[in-house]
Design a protein around this ligand. Structure first.
Ligand code: FAD
Length: 402
């Protein structure tokens, strides 16, 4: 049986090993990872793990023995550097050339470096990997002045952990509200309030102009002013790791283009996770950075690779933990959505529902896991809901269908 090579040992890669075996693939599997670690979960990195409340061993998705038992040859500390589609081989950074029958590209993303003066100074940190947290922790001490650049999920999660840990935190967000790409104004406003109440200085509509310091950062220039800083965390987004595909002539846009079955334009090459440019169930093409998408696309890719293709049609979901607030999101919000608030933000428990043509399209819940789960189910069913009933918390969410 021709071998399968998985490029990238992360969330999607690990799921692909599990699913390929579960779906009956009996041939050799090799997974190549350029980090020093077997596949691990990234979400705790900016949450409990950074806080010191989550042991490193718990980050790993599977035990080391799992890969051996699954007959997966896991090669770490090496990157795949080229795919030769004519010879059907993958070249590794250590010079090895491996033959393949099929490939799954699960290379994820890498951080977007900040393009401003002083970006080479010490004391500037990014957060994507275990190695990044190790580096950040050398400077993450109570009383230190932390400037966070980017009020997205990672920036705000780090800000929350830092505030709790006794650092003096300032956050800059270039857009007019935090998490603007992903959540409604109601949810942005609520989280801005929560951060300010925790003592975080949150400055929106302000881009960073540069960093000052000798050797190590001592200040951040933004909005024409200089803000003192002992350390800086930069969370301004990521770039898809798609060069290996593009260089092999595989179609790429803002990610590796895949069809509903996670296949690229080469029928022997599939892709899954953060690196893909795919059409979601609402008909929009996008790249999604989420555990759900990585797991579900890996499952679908595995099905297609063993000859049991099934179209990807999952409801996207995501979460973020900041302070005692658990934000859970299902579906994708759009600017024109009709927005219905259910519950009271002042009680720190509420949901914002998004309707498109009367049909439930997305839900954002804060500290309401049951409402979120019910909402996620209704989104999957594509039901029309009654707005007045939806806004009335005395009516159970399962009874709001129009
Ligand atoms: P990854 O898990 O990034 O794995 C890709 C791997 O491939 C990496 O190890 C990379 O180094 C490696 N690689 C790249 N190129 C090569 C190559 N050429 N050869 C070999 N190896 C290569 N999602 C949520 O849903 N909820 C959250 O709360 C959440 N929090 C997050 C917090 C942080 C700090 C981060 C960084 C991410 C978070 N995410 C969260 C996103 C989630 O972790 C990702 O969506 C998920 O890891 C994507 O899985 P993946 O397999 O596509 O990529």
């Amino acid at each position: 049986i021709p071998p399968i090579i998985i490029i990238g040992a992360g969330q999607a890669g690990a799921q692909a090993v599990i699913s390929l075996r579960a779906e009956g693939f009996l041939g050799p599997i090799t997974m190549i990872g350029d980090e020093a670690y077997a596949p691990y979960q990234r979400p705790p990195l900016s949450k409990a793990y950074l806080m010191g409340k989550f042991e490193r061993a718990r980050l790993f998705l599977k035990s080391d023995s799992f890969y051996e038992e699954a007959g997966c040859n896991l090669i770490l500390n090496a990157s795949a550097t080229a795919i030769d589609r004519a010879a059907k081989t993958v070249t590794l950074s250590d010079g090895r050339v491996l033959p393949y029958g099929q490939i799954l590209i699960a290379t994820g993303t890498r951080i977007r470096p900040i393009p401003c003066p002083g970006a080479e100074l010490g004391g500037l940190f990014y957060l994507r990997s275990i190695a990044d947290v190790d580096a950040l922790q050398t400077a993450f001490h109570p009383g230190k002045k932390l400037v966070v650049i980017g009020g997205g999920f990672i920036g705000l999660e780090v800000a929350a952990v830092a505030a709790k840990h006794g650092l003096d935190v300032t956050v800059f967000e270039a857009m007019e509200r935090v998490m603007a790409r992903a959540v409604s104004k109601q949810v942005s406003d609520f989280f801005e309030g929560a951060h300010r109440a925790a003592g975080v200085k949150l400055i929106t509509s302000t881009g960073v102009e540069g960093f000052e310091g000798e050797g190590s950062v001592s200040g951040v220039r933004a909005g024409g002013q200089l803000y003192p800083a002992d350390l800086v965390l930069i969370g301004i987004g990521v770039l898809p790791n798609m060069e290996i595909a593009r260089d092999a002539g595989i179609e790429c846009k803002n990610g590796i283009v895949v069809d509903k079955f996670c296949a690229t334009n080469d029928p022997a090459i599939f892709a899954a996770g953060d690196c893909t440019w795919h059409e979601n169930r609402d008909g929009d093409w996008m790249r999604l950075e989420s555990v759900q998408n990585a797991i579900d696309q890996a499952k679908h890719a595995a099905l297609a690779m063993v000859g049991k293709p099934k179209a990807y049609n999952e409801v996207p979901w995501f979460w973020s933990d900041q302070y005692d607030l658990k934000l859970q999101i299902a579906g994708l919000t759009k600017p024109g959505d009709e927005v219905v608030l259910r519950g009271d933000p002042a009680a720190r428990k509420f949901s914002v529902f998004h309707l498109r043509d009367g049909i439930l399209a997305a839900v954002e819940s804060v500290n309401q896991p049951a409402e979120y789960l019910m909402g996620r189910k209704l989104i999957g069913e594509g039901v029309k809901v009654d707005v007045a009933r939806l806004a009335d918390t005395s009516i159970a969410i399962k009874n709001v269908v129009a």
